[in-house]
Ligand binder design. Structure first.
Ligand SMILES: Nc1ncnc2c1ncn2[C@@H]1O[C@H](COP(=O)(O)OP(=O)(O)OP(=O)(O)O)[C@@H](O)[C@H]1O
Ligand SMILES: [Mg+2]
Length: 501
């Protein structure tokens, strides 16, 4: 045994209603290291770390901390053993403010038993400063962006002085700047002797921040490697069990028609979108690129009637339309995948068919009754199309892995039979293999004549998929790119206004 071992995972197995999700996983975490944990959607990553954090109890095997057997029955026990976790799905109370959430269950009290709000505010402020965010401790969680909520989750893990901190896909919603701040913090924690587990689908991040990487496939530990000995291609190959050669399908510019299906004229939304005019052609995949905060999501939300624009006009098939709410947008054959999956997309307590047909339910009414068989048939078809992993259709979405929830969300939007599809960060939390399947699917939609807008912070997604790209900066459309010009340098030039040499 390595003397540096802080946590030892010994032959851990886990079953959910007789379905085996983890199979005899043995792994150790060393003092002061960051251990990457990677695997496809549904491989068992979150389940494993939830066991370490006492959220799930293993069906077999046990855990040791610093050589002593421990029985982690609940999160409270985990906390008392010095283990904290930043979960994949946020665990915040929207109606409470930031500092109340950070200290939830860990409140500091005065000698008279009352809450020491002054002290809690002070500590929360220091933490947020350390994370270089401008979030106010008094802000209600419901007012925060997804990235800000992520930072509050990170702060929650940090107040405990933990010796083990587990991050489950902490960077999916963060900007590159925020990721750099988080990595700086992780480096500091490592130097202070804290041990970290880092779950991510972004393999370059694992390369950058981890010392070792453990690869899970279908609940089995495939290997543990020193990060310096492996490259991204090797990691992807071990995750999937075969070589992945092609991520993006061939671009098909010839499928793009001349007719404009959506035209936005001089759209304005206070400070967020300024005089934006765009058009989308029939059969086109159009990218909206730009840094996070450039106004891409706000522009999409104005089109979908989720925000009230200050001025501007929308034309669908050259007919002027007024879209005051999403229902009207859907009736106009628009569909939108929001970047905020949990907040705006799916309902965790409902099962797969209910989520899939939630907005298209009218289609399933026959003689004033819901055709449940048809709903189930359609939902199963989507499970096949997206290769969604779930033990049963009846599973509430909270029992699906994060990436598989995203696939159900895609199905929900597709079921409205849109002609115009707006995808905001469509592959967030999706593993590399499933990503290539979704790109293939988008390409097939294009072939069927659908017109698609892709908003993505992953440049390679914009470059690999789009026929044409608008770049936004501070709410304005700064550039329009086609053909060979859709490359990293050009996009970054327009996104930042700085020429990269
Ligand atoms: N509470 C539960 N009840 C039933 N099945 C569950 C439960 N939690 C997880 N599962 C199943 O266990 C499997 C592993 O899920 P897990 O969340 O660990 O995957 P993951 O590796 O974190 O994937 P992702 O990258 O998509 O987040 C999935 O098939 C999931 O549906
Ligand atoms: Mg997960």
């Amino acid at each position: 045994m390595n003397d540096n071992t802080v946590l030892k995972i010994k032959s851990i197995s886990k079953e959910f209603s007789k379905v085996k999700v983890l199979n005899n996983v043995s792994l150790s975490l060393r003092k002061g290291e960051c251990l990457g944990l990677i695997g496809e959607n549904g491989a068992g990553k979150s389940t494993l770390i939830k066991i370490i954090n006492g959220i799930y109890y293993p069906s077999g095997g046990n855990l040791e901390i610093e050589g002593k057997a421990v029985d982690i029955k609940d999160s409270h026990t985990a906390k008392s053993l010095g283990i904290s976790m930043v979960p994949q799905e946020f665990n915040l109370i929207p109606t409470l403010n930031v500092f109340e959430n950070i200290f939830l269950g860990n409140e500091i009290k005065l000698s008279n038993g009352l809450l020491d709000k002054i002290e809690m505010r002070k500590i929360a402020n220091n933490l947020l400063d350390q994370l270089k965010t401008n979030i106010s401790v008094e802000e209600k969680i419901s007012q925060l962006s997804v990235a800000e909520k992520q930072m509050v989750e990170v702060s929650k893990a940090l107040i405990n002085d933990s010796k083990i901190i587990i991050f489950d896909e902490p960077t999916t919603t963060l900007t590159s700047h925020e990721i750099e701040v988080l990595f700086e913090l992780i480096r500091g924690l490592k130097e202070a002797g804290v041990s970290l587990v880092f779950v991510s689908h972004k393999l370059h991040e694992v390369k950058e921040i981890c010392e070792r990487v453990a690869i899970l496939r279908d609940g089995n530990l495939i290997c543990v490697k020193n990060v310096e000995d492996v490259d991204e291609q090797y990691m992807a190959q071990q995750m999937v069990g075969r070589e992945i050669t092609k991520i993006f399908p061939q671009k098909r510019d010839s499928l793009v028609g001349d007719r404009s299906v959506l035209r936005v004229e001089k759209m304005n939304l206070t400070r967020k979108v300024i005089d934006a005019s765009i058009h989308l052609k029939k059969g086109e995949i159009l990218g909206l690129a730009g840094l996070v905060g450039a106004g891409r999501t706000e522009l999409a939300e104005c089109i979908m009637g989720l925000r009230h624009k200050k001025s501007g006009e929308i034309f669908i098939n050259e007919k002027k339309v007024d879209i005051p709410n999403p229902r009207v947008a859907i009736n106009n054959s628009l569909a939108y995948i929001s970047e905020d999956r949990q907040g705006r997309g799916i309902h965790l307590i409902f099962d797969i068919p209910t989520n899939t047909t939630m907005i298209s339910l009218k289609k399933y009414v026959k003689n004033c009754l819901l055709d449940k068989d048809l709903i189930h048939k359609k939902s199963s078809e989507y499970i096949d199309v997206f290769n969604t992993k779930a033990a049963s259709l009846k599973n509430a979405l909270k029992f699906l892995s994060g990436g598989n929830q995203q696939k159900v969300y895609l199905a929900k939007c597709m079921d409205t039979n849109p002609e115009i599809l707006i995808l905001d960060e469509p592959t967030r939390g999706i593993d590399i293999n499933a990503k290539s399947e979704i790109y293939q699917f988008i390409s097939e939609l294009q072939e069927k004549g659908m017109s698609i807008i892709v908003i993505s912070s992953e440049l390679e997604e914009i470059i690999g998929l789009c026929n044409r790209v608008y770049v936004l900066r501070e709410g304005k459309i700064c550039g329009e790119l086609t053909g060979e010009d859709i490359n990293e340098e050009e996009i970054m030039y327009y996104a930042t206004g700085v020429k990269v040499m």
